[in-house]
Ligand binder design. Structure first.
Ligand code: ZN
Length: 307
């Protein structure tokens, strides 16, 4: 019998660890999710115990899980050679600073655990099954409660020193047009500080979902997102940018973002996809709101392939 080359029958576990909820799943891909559970993000101890319980129960009914992928909110340490690998780095989220979120999984299951940012996970999910299939360099950006971006560069996920923090870049802030001071506890009016779901709610006094499609809020939002996308385009030369998240997925916002990004690039990137086909350069996720969860499964798959 051939050994080790065929991973088709293996089951993978995936955790999409978000700041407000965790989604756990067992399966092999979008057409074969065998079990799924979601629960609110509380303390690291309670939340990780719930994840462990979920996988134990699924193993009892579905069989052994070969590897687990964990795509988690950050900042976090994804470097396996680091002393703080698998830990959450200092975060405003109460109780999570320095939490070792991988340790318990490793001890209990003793299988490969892949650990990366939620947005790198989502990027990998889109590369594996969504709108980034076949691409070498692209970005996945989520605009929701917070803002974060994952980058896949020349065929692999980008980590660099720690991992990119695309939500915290500076954007031009015209105080006359937008007197709101921003909500980022570290930078005030960085991109996330001005354009996250939290910023929208604080600026306008209602959640983004309650603002009409023709509200001035969306021109402002599109401008901030477009500024960021233009910067990413200049810096990393992505072949495509996928924009997801609760705010990013609003269908009336995407065309504004596409148009504004094209205006800001102003012809400087001489590629037909930007000049003539911006709709296929800036796109919504192919996997909808499942990029993160499926990406976690793709991380697990990749962890096993590396062995
Ligand atoms: Zn910031």
């Amino acid at each position: 019998m051939p050994i080790m080359n065929n991973h088709n029958n293996l089951l993978y576990g995936g955790i999409e660890g978000g700041g407000t909820k965790f989604v756990c799943a067992v399966g092999t891909g979008p057409n074969n999710v065998r079990a799924e559970a979601r629960f609110p993000t509380t303390t690291p101890e309670e939340t990780m115990s719930q994840a462990v319980e979920f996988f134990k129960q699924q193993e009892a009914s579905l069989g052994k899980i070969a590897a687990i992928g964990f795509a988690c909110f950050g900042p976090l340490d994804p470097n396996p050679d680091s002393k703080t690998y698998g830990h959450i780095l200092p975060t405003p989220k109460p109780g999570w600073t320095n939490a070792d979120v991988v340790g318990k999984l490793k001890t209990i299951f003793n299988i490969p655990i892949a650990f990366d940012t939620d947005v790198n996970g989502a990027a990998l999910g889109e590369w594996r099954w969504g709108k980034a299939q076949g691409l070498q360099t692209f970005i996945y950006l989520t605009v929701g409660t917070g803002i974060g971006g994952g980058a896949y560069v020349e065929g692999k996920l980008l980590h660099g020193l720690i991992h990119p923090e695309m939500g915290h870049i500076a954007v031009k802030h015209d105080f006359e047009n937008d007197p709101f001071e921003g909500v980022c506890p570290f930078h005030g009016d960085c991109f996330e500080g001005l354009a996250s779901g939290v910023a929208i709610e604080k600026r306008w006094g209602v959640r983004g979902g309650a603002l009409s499609k023709d509200h001035i809020a969306w021109e402002l939002e599109a401008d901030y997102i477009a500024q960021a996308l233009a910067s990413y385009s200049f810096m990393l030369s992505p072949q495509r940018i996928i924009v997801g998240g609760g705010v990013g997925s609003l269908t009336h916002l995407l065309p504004k973002v596409q148009q504004r990004t094209k205006e800001l690039i102003n012809g400087y990137i001489q590629s037909p996809v930007v000049l003539e086909n911006i709709e296929s350069y800036i796109v919504s996720p192919g996997l909808g709101n499942r990029s993160g969860m499926l990406g976690a499964i793709a991380l697990a798959e990749q962890a096993l392939q590396r062995l």
